[in-house]
Design a protein around this ligand. Structure first.
Ligand code: SF4
Ligand code: MG
Length: 322
């Protein structure tokens, strides 16, 4: 894969070691401007670690992260602050934990401006009012406190704070997982509207395949720190190649046309192995219904099977589909 072609954001071949745990072990991903990359995986798959590396909350142990063509993998905090901090923001699962409960929302929303020393007081107040309106809240909310808000409203505040500095990339880690389904839909739709309005690029991390399907343009499936499959949403959901992706999708209820054959549910044997001690060969081989001999001792490559459809599996070694 010629990674250099894919701008503005790409993260290439890196290997992070957390203690002895290879939380993320050699992944190749990219997202193009204005798109949403969904990263889906079970807990412990390394997806959050990957997300934190992309914003450089973690420094990669190996490999490179590019943002708009710039290698940000090993920039110092000062250099990051100057070049990319404003441009890449992160939203987390539990806004209650990320919003200081003792601070009124106006001081929470003031943080990004204060950090970067931007604007005078009046301009800041005006910008805060604007950004609140953008996330569907009245500027009167500035004087409220996080505990006075519902979960959905708190997530709107977290989005407002992320938006304040007009970033180009927002990384959302399980951003709607703690919310009720109807509120989830509202927040996802809000994120889509904001994306269209500001040309935002998202990396959306979730364990929920339906949510990822709804919001993403491109999807990566992670398992034990590796990317099992990476493709355009349509290609991945309608034509999954990797045995793990097939098993995951088989558990998601789908609307079928009348008379269409139901998708057979694939039940994986065994439990998720510990990332501290991943299986040899293909990391998925202990649970894979399609495993062959080679899988036990040889790690499969990341094959591009169709245009921009990648899969890490020996079964596709000699395939080139178009
Ligand atoms: Fe299954 Fe082997 Fe493919 Fe791994 S490489 S997913 S074990 S068939
Ligand atoms: Mg996580």
């Amino acid at each position: 894969v010629n990674l250099k072609k894919h701008f503005p954001v790409k993260a290439g071949v890196f290997r992070r070691t957390v203690g002895q745990i290879k939380a993320v072990d050699g992944i190749n991903l990219y997202v193009k401007k204005g798109e949403t990359l969904g990263i889906v995986g079970e807990s412990g798959s390394g997806k959050s670690t990957a997300g934190r590396m992309f914003v450089r909350l973690y420094e990669p142990t190996e490999g490179k992260i590019f943002f708009k063509g710039q290698d940000i993998s090993h920039l110092s905090e000062r250099e990051l602050f100057r070049s990319v901090r404003k441009n890449i923001q992160m939203i987390f699962q539990d806004p209650y934990a990320s919003l200081n409960p003792r601070k009124a929302l106006k001081s929470i929303l003031n943080e990004p401006f204060a950090t970067h020393g931007l604007y005078d007081r009046n301009t800041r107040t005006q910008k805060m009012a604007e950004v609140l309106l953008k996330v569907g809240l009245s500027p009167a909310y500035m004087n409220r406190y996080p505990h006075e808000l519902s979960g959905g409203q708190r997530q709107r505040i977290a989005i407002a704070r992320a938006l304040a500095l007009h970033p180009e990339l927002i990384i959302a880690d399980e951003a709607v997982s703690a919310l009720d389904v109807s509120i989830q839909a509202q927040i996802l739709n809000l994120m889509k509207e904001l994306q269209a309005e500001f040309g935002l690029t998202y990396i959306f991390i979730s364990h929920d395949l339906s949510i990822v399907r709804y919001i993403s343009s491109r999807v990566a499936v992670m398992y034990l720190g590796r990317i099992m499959e990476f493709a355009h949403k349509k290609s991945l959901y309608e034509n999954p190649l990797h045995p793990y992706t097939k098993a995951l999708l088989s558990t998601v209820p789908v609307l079928r046309k009348k008379g269409a054959k139901p998708r057979e549910r694939i039940v994986l044997r065994g439990d998720l192995p510990s990332p501290a001690n991943p299986p040899t060969g293909c990391v998925f081989h202990t649970r894979c219904p399609a495993a062959i001999d080679i899988c036990q001792h040889t790690e499969p490559h990341f094959y591009e099977i169709r245009k921009e459809h990648f899969v890490t599996c020996h079964l596709y070694k000699n395939c080139k589909m178009t």
